[in-house]
Design a protein around this ligand. Structure first.
Ligand code: PLP
Length: 440
């Protein structure tokens, strides 16, 4: 790109990266290099007026009355416990400062290996899907490779492949005997891109399998990525922590792998995509976060990345729902948040336990293998001798049970949506459907 086309603020952000973390500048896609936060335009003038306009403030694109945002009673009556400003006003493109700070505190408390290592402040996104989209916008040019497990949330394909033209390279998530994370396959997939720029996608607890690596596996994943980075690969590692906190056994790593990745190498930018969606059980509120960490990260480099992210947000959604952020903030600050969350996770843990017992009954051994699961919302069956979509249709038509077929062999079951009492019936119906499709 001709430097002449760069906005001076984009140039300044790129210069900050070039000075402190040159690899990060190199990792940015062309769009990422071009983007900046329009800090000197309407927004800056509005912020200045907010400070100084003592007589009248005619800058903001909202309507006010009695010192608060104008609003209609037929709307405001649905919001109790929030002020009109917390509901109706615009939030900043970066997100509300208080919710960003509260989320940062929560991340650090949950990720001891971060220690006091500097990170960016989380930027608020329209939940995780949007956060993943922003990661793609920043770092993926058409044709850029992405290494990802073969078990992945299918929206990654729509977001990064269909929308941005990235090219996915899959490694088998589990070893053939389905005992755990397939480290050799992961290492081999990384090695194929040695010396180049590479985006790696990690998602634990995983959708669709419900697996979180053990602590030893997580350390080995960090070691593999660190070794590649030290061997000259420039890495963006996107850590999708959508289901963070929903862990159901003692062996799985309960700290996000982001913590160790942030301190791994100057050649490795870790990006944490997380949010309230599943952690706070608020799927429809649409509040997520993108946070950056790198070994040699500085305040200036992080600011450059935050500005580029907020600039992208400003460009196509302007800002994220204010009532959503206000509610998430109040929950984070509420002493009842942790106990209430723990109660719901305990309910899910109970369902996972019943699921584990039911899916592994010996009488179903001819019907499927079970992918390891220990966390999250889902588990997956690898069907034997029956097409997954044919089984899905049979299950639905003959038994009224809804599941998701993935590829030729896999059937995803969201035990998060089943009562414990429903679970045995779901697996016995699934076995009947497999046998019906197979003809025996
Ligand atoms: C792995 C994973 N990442 C991200 C998301 C998106 O979450 P959100 O609803 O916050 O956009 C999901 C939702 O199903 C998911 O399973």
């Amino acid at each position: 790109m001709s430097p002449a086309l760069l906005h001076p603020l984009a140039q300044a952000a790129n210069d900050a990266l070039a000075k402190d973390c040159p690899v990060l500048l190199d990792l940015l896609a062309e769009r990422g290099k071009r983007f900046f936060f329009p800090a000197k335009g309407i927004l800056a003038q509005g912020a200045e007026a907010k400070q100084k306009a003592r007589t009248a403030n005619a800058t903001v694109g909202i309507a006010t009355e009695n010192g608060a945002p104008m609003n209609l009673a037929c709307v405001s009556r649905y919001f109790t416990g929030l002020t009109p400003s917390e509901v109706f006003d615009y939030a900043p493109s970066y997100g509300k400062p208080e919710v960003r700070a509260a989320w940062a505190r929560k991340q650090r408390a949950e990720t001891p290996s971060l220690g006091d290592h500097p990170l960016s402040t989380p930027v608020v996104t329209n939940a995780l899907t949007h956060g993943l989209g922003l990661v793609g916008d920043l770092f993926l040019d058409p044709g850029d490779p992405v290494v990802t497990a073969d078990l992945l949330w299918e929206n990654y394909n729509l977001n990064w492949e269909t929308r941005l033209g990235a090219v996915f390279h899959y490694f088998p998530f589990f070893d053939e005997r389905l005992t755990g994370f397939n480290l050799p396959a992961f290492q081999a997939a990384l090695a194929r891109h040695r010396g180049r720029k590479l985006v790696v996608s990690l998602n634990f607890p995983n959708n669709p399998s419900g697996y979180t690596p053990t602590r030893a596996e997580a350390d080995a994943i960090v070691a593999a990525l660190t070794a590649e980075a030290e061997a000259g690969t420039r890495l963006v590692v996107c850590v999708d922590d959508a289901y963070y906190g929903m862990f159901y056994d003692d062996a799985s790593a309960t700290e996000s792998i982001f913590g160790k990745l942030c301190r791994a190498s100057d050649n490795l930018l870790a990006v944490k995509v997380d949010g309230a969606t599943k952690e706070e059980f608020v799927w429809g509120l649409r509040v997520g976060f993108v946070t950056f960490g790198v070994k040699n990260g500085t305040a200036a480099a992080y600011k450059a990345l935050e500005d580029k992210t907020a600039g992208l947000i400003r460009a196509y959604i302007s800002n994220v729902s204010n009532p959503g952020q206000s509610v998430v903030l109040k929950a984070l600050l509420d002493p009842d948040f942790r106990p209430q969350q723990a109660e719901k996770v305990a309910t899910l843990r109970g369902r996972a336990k019943v699921t584990r017992a039911e899916c592994a009954r010996p009488e179903y051994a001819d019907c499927w293998d079970v992918y390891p699961f220990n966390s999250g919302y889902f588990m997956c069956l690898r069907l034997k001798g029956a097409d997954a979509d044919a089984v899905r249709v049979r299950l639905l038509d003959d038994h009224g049970v809804g599941t998701i077929a993935l590829g030729k062999t896999d059937l995803r079951i969201a035990f998060s949506c089943l009562t414990e009492a429903q679970i045995p019936g779901v697996f016995s119906a699934a076995a009947k459907a497999v046998r019906a499709v197979r003809g025996r």
